[in-house]
Write a protein that binds this ligand. Structure first.
Ligand code: GTP
Ligand code: MG
Length: 206
């Protein structure tokens, strides 16, 4: 799939303010500064679409983008932002968990994790919550351009081994780099295929 058009739709403070759920939707989630907004810009081929920052905590609302006038991508605020107060963390938690559980058109959550780091506790516990909540997700390893060639497979292997301690099967995971446009084809192919499921399910609704 090629992305021909990409535009910002709106920023929403809660799930009930999000756009009409009439198109399939994918959301980007992960720790603050992991590269969610950069990934969206790379995927869409529009460098300035989502705002990027060296400072964590840039994205505070649910930001909807429409690609090819056919599917939404929601850029979510990051978690694990060290400077956030307890109150802010609780607010984030409520907003995000509500969005994930109630967003009817959400097809898959892309959970971004930094390929350089060892598995982080908050990512692992978040994945467990997704599994319990029966939310499909795909892990995207980010910033792979910052690793040496041999380090990437070693880190992915370490991640897989950690996951296998609590998972029967390793969830789908794709190495990416927004700098090198790595993983773009794979993720767009995944989206194209998953979009058909949304349209099929509508066709079968009586
Ligand atoms: P929040 O909105 O704060 O949660 O952050 P975010 O996850 O949206 O991260 P963002 O895309 O703003 O990127 C954070 C920093 O990482 C920026 O300085 C980016 O330039 C850098 N970055 C993101 N992706 C990549 C990548 O693939 N490679 C490299 N080298 N740097 C990246
Ligand atoms: Mg962001």
């Amino acid at each position: 799939m090629k992305v021909h058009t990409a535009r910002f739709i709106c920023s929403s403070p809660s799930v009930d303010k999000c756009p009409n759920p009439s198109l399939p939707e994918y959301a980007l989630i992960g720790r603050s500064n992991v590269g969610k907004s950069s990934f969206l810009n790379m995927l869409s081929g529009h460098k300035g679409l989502a705002k990027i920052s060296g400072k964590p905590g840039k994205t505070r609302l649910i930001n909807h983008f429409l690609l090819n006038e056919d599917f939404y991508i929601a850029d979510l605020p990051g978690y694990g932002f060290a400077k956030a107060s307890k109150k802010e963390v609780a607010k984030w938690d409520l907003m995000i968990r509500n969005y994930i559980l109630k967003r009817a058109n959400l097809m898959t959550l892309f959970l971004l994790v930094d390929s350089r780091l060892e598995p982080q506790k908050n990512d692992l516990s978040f994945m467990e919550w997704l599994a319990i909540s029966r939310i499909p997700f795909v892990i995207l390893f980010t910033k792979t351009d910052k690793l040496r060639k041999t380090q990437l497979p070693a880190n992915i292997d370490r991640y897989e081994r950690t996951l296998l301690q609590s998972w029967e099967e390793v969830p789908l995971h794709i190495p990416t780099s927004s700098l090198a446009a790595k993983g773009k084809e794979e993720v767009l192919a995944y989206i194209a295929e998953t979009n058909t499921l949304f349209h099929d399910s509508l066709r079968h609704t009586p």
